[in-house]
Design a protein around this ligand. Sequence first.
Ligand code: EPU
Length: 338
Amino acid sequence: MKLQSGISLKPYNTFGIDVKARFFARFDSMAKLQQLLQMPEVKHLPMLILGGGSNLLFTGDFDGVVLQNNIKGIEVLREEEVYTYVKAGGGEVWHEFVQFALAQNLGGVENLSLIPGTVGAAPLQNIGAYGVELKDVFYELEAVHLPSGEIHTFDNAACSFGYRESIFKNDLKGQYIVTSVTFRLHRQHQLNTSYGAIKTTLDEMQVQEPTIQDVSAAVCHIRQSKLPDPKQIGNAGSFFKNPEIPVMQYENLKAQFPDIPSYPVTPTTVKVPAGWLIEQCGWKGKVIGNYGVHKNQALVLVNYGGASGDKIRQLALDIIQSVKDKFGIQLHPEVNIL
Ligand code: EPU
């Protein structure tokens, strides 16, 4: 195993930020990862584990070791009456795993079609879209504990999943590398088409009795029409989380801004779409030289080519400030800023 030095990370982050890593290596098996973890550079320098690099903003060179998880393989572990258990390598591309499930006619991940990134990165932020989250189909994961090199298994409860959250972003941050994830997929499908845009899209597609494949096609259609393709325009999906606020605060804002949308979360809190708040502050579609705010979805910051991560971080800070000034709501980035 050899470490490459001084390589550009531009191909490894969907924002397309051109920064360098002091050292870089790729591993395609648990054994190779364990070998890497024994190397002095890897032991002593800061480490960054990359999946698809789709939830990252680099603001400078990475003065440490970047390891890219390339562990592949998808296998059906067992079939039961209601569920089929499928294990996927952490380096599998997420959408390829979704396509595997669809081809096997296994339900549960169709709403998560076309989310950028890898299987191994998916649990870290409990990826979610169109009314479904990873935690709804997650069974367990295997991860290498960096300090000891041991392999540990985490079940659903042990991951402490929340909205774009898990234990791996909090108490155990930086301590594990997820090498595989096992999913519990449905043999009998339970479609979740309650998210408004899915129903409308299925109607437009003239589908009366949708299958999981139809729902996936609808989700792909919605995503492709709203979200920029990172292969064409650098971006990391939603840059901010949708903020959760007390109902009282929401009622006060509604008196001032009657159109403010909301989704109930608990009896005393609601979620407000950050995209709406940002749009109301006039940011949607704003172009500042070679970066800006996407024209179809104000929650997505974009790099039109050659922008620095610092500039994009400053734009994020300006957006946070203006939303705070206008609505008194604090936005928090969803993307990891490094
Ligand atoms: N909206 C606006 N203007 C905008 C964008 C959104 O007014 O520019 C309002 C509209 O009222 C719209 C509502 O926000 O009805 C919801 O918008 P959308 O359906 O696009 O969803 P979102 O809340 O903005 C979240 C996720 C997305 C996920 C979609 C669909 C977060 C941070 N983002 O966005 O996830 O695809 O729902 O489920 O929760 C991601 O995490 O990278 C991501 C793309």
